[in-house]
Design a protein around this ligand. Structure first.
Ligand code: C2E
Ligand code: MG
Ligand code: MG
Length: 597
């Protein structure tokens, strides 16, 4: 530090350490002044943990500052030669430092490098060495440098890096880092015309293993699978853990689709050996989906989509290895790509809106609430329904953008209706598992409601129970509990269509269940359906949940539901989903009707 910017002061710093080593060259002022500056600089060095050294290339011994001795843990009598410094550097760095020093002394080129040093007590420290070699005036160069111990800082940086880029459990790269690697690999392949393979591996029945044998067992299993996977692929290939029970492999320069399939087989063979855990053997089964660049995809997103589609196909057909090779699957990926592009445009042009469908009292027909249903109102071809852009709704990024847009518009409408004194009860929005998994959804909701001064009980959230099939439920469970604690009620949508409905009902803080339309539509003609609905209603009542029937289209359905004791419902019989203005009119009529009553 000081040694770099002023030669005189630099030497003074060296002199100040107490005279064990020869003093400066006398270029500074008087001795007292020298001592004063020296002490000052020694103090600064000590605070900054930066040592300094000066070496005259005319054969004099190296001069070290006091802090330099501390840094290296040397007694101050240690031989202070330049060689001695170079020798403290551990073998890998030694050559580099020697070259840098020689070059600096020969040409004056400064250096700045990090080197692992062995201290006097035999400890390994990472030290940053920076030096310049100005000419002294008589043609001889003087090497002036500083040394700083950066061990802790580097450890901290490493830790931070690992937190951001590595999966905690398996120490494999996480999705973020993996996508970066994939991006780079594609760039190289684009440049040199090569190929890149992507394999996604998903464990079958992992959730069941987790639930029945416990999370600790699940963790061991993931760890073992990670190791097997790494050993099964080539040294240049990269393995990552990209999700709960999903791994990804980046395959460099595969020959073609056949070699990807062969590698998939090899991977499955390695992964599917039973894992001994606590005295018993746990069977492992997995599926693999793959995609090849440039054959199946143009970019990272595309490639992940294609491999994911292949994986889904592998799972549903029971083939267990899928590669994007047929047109149908390619079309699937293509159409997803097109839909996502279209929705991005729709968001930018502000064409995403909620429509509202009333929920009514089945006896009186009075409006008790509204459900917001998202619509894309295109400029040219009219309304587009969520079924057509479902893949965008469940996309991490786009789904969030849509959810935020819907949330803002719905809460704007609620605010207006509150101001107008319209009797809308409460408004429910639908959210996907991805939104709830993010872990901050309840905060987002609380923020919006507070900002617009909307009482929390005027807003509800609907979650379809099928979401719990795709995802490990803890974050979702927590988010639901937090919403409930805020006073925002949560409904379990499409109730009865997913597996394990009853388990969800017991574990989730939901206040309402919505019986799926598939049970309602034949309720008056199929005794089995009637029996199921009767049981669901009884169950809801026993558990203290409100029960709402969905998709009521006919008067017979309404009467059948009433006779079973279900008093709330929703469906075309009472009202179609309609835009904000029409909904306001409907609510206006409702208000008049109530006043007239
Ligand atoms: P859902 O939440 O179960 O909504 C009920 C669906 O049934 C709606 O379809 C509604 O228009 C339709 N429906 C209502 N009454 C009747 C009826 O009497 N007969 C028949 N056949 N259908 C009826 P929609 O609006 O197309 O929405 C479909 C699904 O898309 C919703 O099912 C919901 O899961 C999802 N969805 C809708 N809006 C959003 C949203 O803003 N975000 C998210 N993530 N999902 C949404
Ligand atoms: Mg719903
Ligand atoms: Mg539903």
């Amino acid at each position: 530090m000081a040694a770099r910017d002023d030669e005189g002061r630099g030497s003074a710093a060296v002199a100040a350490k107490g005279g064990d080593v020869a003093g400066g060259d006398g270029a500074g002022g008087g001795r007292a002044e020298n001592d004063y500056h020296g002490r000052l600089i020694a103090q600064v060095e000590s605070i900054a943990h930066i040592g300094s050294f000066v070496y005259e290339a005319d054969g004099r011994p190296v001069e070290w500052s006091e802090e330099m001795f501390k840094l290296l843990d040397w007694s101050q009598q240690a031989p202070a030669s330049l060689e001695a410094l170079v020798d403290t550097v551990s073998e890998e760095g030694r050559g580099k430092l020697r070259t840098a020093v020689e070059e600096a002394l020969a040409t004056g080129k400064p250096f700045d490098l990090e080197a692992p040093l062995i201290t006097g007590r035999g400890q390994l420290r990472l030290v940053r060495l920076r030096a310049e070699a100005p000419e002294r005036g008589d043609g001889v160069r003087r090497l002036v440098g500083i040394a700083q111990d950066v061990t802790e800082r580097r450890q901290f940086e490493d830790r931070t890096w690992r937190l951001a880029n590595q999966d905690f459990l398996t120490r494999l790269p996480n999705r973020r880092l993996f996508e970066e690697s994939l991006e780079r690999a594609l760039e190289v392949a684009r440049f040199n015309g090569g190929k890149v393979g992507l394999l996604l591996l998903d464990l079958d029945y992992f959730k069941e293993i987790n639930t029945s044998l416990g999370h600790a067992t699940g963790d061991v299993l993931l760890h073992v699978v990670a190791g097997r996977l790494r050993r099964a692929v080539g040294p240049a290939d990269e393995v990552a853990r990209t999700g709960g029970d999903e791994f990804a492999v980046l395959v460099r320069d595969p020959e073609g689709p056949a070699s990807l399939v062969a590698l998939s087989r090899q991977i499955l063979k390695a992964v599917e050996q039973p894992v001994p855990i606590r005295g018993s053997e746990v069977a492992v089964r997995a599926s693999v989906g793959g995609a090849l660049f440039p054959d199946h995809a143009r970019g990272v997103g595309d490639m992940l989509d294609s491999a994911q589609a292949a994986l889904a196909r592998a799972k549903t057909t029971g083939r267990r290895i899928g590669l994007v090779y047929d047109d149908e699957m390619r079309q699937g990926a293509d159409s997803r790509f097109r839909i996502h592009e279209a929705i991005r445009g729709a968001l930018a042009r502000d064409e995403i809106f909620p429509h509202y469908q009333p929920k009514v009292d089945l006896e009186t027909g009075a409006v008790i609430g509204l459900e917001a249903l998202v619509r894309w109102r295109t400029g040219s071809s009219g309304l587009v329904f969520p079924a057509e852009f479902g893949s965008a709704l469940s996309d991490g990024f786009l789904g969030s953008a849509i959810a935020t847009r819907v949330l803002e518009k719905v809460t704007d409408d609620i605010r207006d209706w509150l101001d107008a004194g319209l009797p809308f009860g409460s408004v429910a929005v639908n959210v996907t598992a991805i939104e709830l998994m993010r872990g901050a959804y309840h905060e987002q909701v609380a923020e919006v409601l507070q900002r617009k001064a909307i009482p929390f009980d005027r807003f509800q959230v609907e979650v379809t129970e099928t979401v719990f099939l795709q995802f490990e439920g803890r974050e979702i469970r927590d988010t639901i509990a937090r919403l409930d604690a805020l006073g925002v009620k949560v409904a379990l949508d499409d109730f009865g269509t997913g597996f394990g409905s009853l388990v969800h009902l017991r574990r989730l803080a939901v206040s309402l269940i919505k019986i799926d339309r598939s049970f309602i539509e034949h309720i008056d003609t199929q005794p089995e359906d009637e029996a199921i609905v009767r049981a669901l209603i009884a169950l809801g009542k026993d558990l203290g949940k409100r029960v709402i029937a969905e998709g009521i289209e006919r008067e017979e359905e309404r009467r059948a539901l009433l006779s079973l004791g279900c008093v709330e419902g929703q469906g075309y019989l009472f009202g179609l989903p309609s835009p904000t203005a029409e909904t306001a009119k409907m609510l206006e009529d409702e208000r008049r009707r109530r006043l007239g009553d």
